[in-house]
Write a protein that binds this ligand. Structure first.
Ligand SMILES: [Zn+2]
Length: 190
């Protein structure tokens, strides 16, 4: 969880410190209307990979090499999945004026909603032990529905008036989902 989410854990911290730049559109709650102006450290293929390798090495030396390797692979997979949904704002090298990519699935709300859920459900079905599948599908469905306004736009304005509260919410959301998933795994196997 920490590995696949690492770029999105690093991003709010760097936005908060003013190192990376993004803006929300106060008149739209849609995810596609968040402008990711500069995020080379958390979300470029090359620089993010280097950073996750450094963190992976630390994990490898403190925990074990396999955990470190899994962290790096999970972390870099984030870029490829983000490349499917993001508008053309994902940097490849992370250097100034470098090429940016994105297949722009966020421009198709219904498809985004369906494909993201199918992807989550498929991963759960393929990699999670049988006993935990049902509770994690329920949790994922709840999380997906809670996030639906960022795809369909149920409100006329963004509930966050600036990027910093949005960044804090991102971290809290991710940590909450991880903690609840962990709780479910420990208590609700069927
Ligand atoms: Zn991301």
């Amino acid at each position: 969880m920490i590995g696949v989410g690492f770029p999105d854990i690093l991003w709010p911290v760097l936005v908060f410190l003013g190192v990376e730049k993004a803006e929300i559109n106060p008149d739209s709650p849609l995810q596609k209307d968040v402008r990711f102006k500069s995020y080379p450290y958390s979300h470029s293929l090359v620089v993010s990979f280097i950073i996750s390798c450094i963190v992976g090495l630390v994990i490898a030396s403190f925990i074990n090499p396999i955990t470190g390797a899994v962290f790096v692979i999970a972390s870099i997979s984030h870029w490829f999945l983000d490349a499917v949904v993001h508008l053309k704002d994902l940097p490849i090298t992370g250097f100034r004026n470098g090429r940016k990519v994105g297949l722009e699935l966020w421009n198709r709300p219904r498809m985004t909603f369906v494909i993201e859920f199918i992807f989550y459900a498929l991963v759960v079905l393929l990699v999670i032990p049988k006993a935990y599948i049902l509770p994690l599908l329920v949790l994922g469905t709840a999380g997906h529905l809670l996030n639906a306004s960022s795809v369909f736009g149920f409100t006329k304005s963004d509930p966050f008036k600036s990027i910093k509260p949005y960044a804090i919410f991102c971290i809290i959301g991710f940590v909450m989902f991880s903690l609840i998933a962990n709780y479910v795994l420990e208590n609700y196997s069927s």
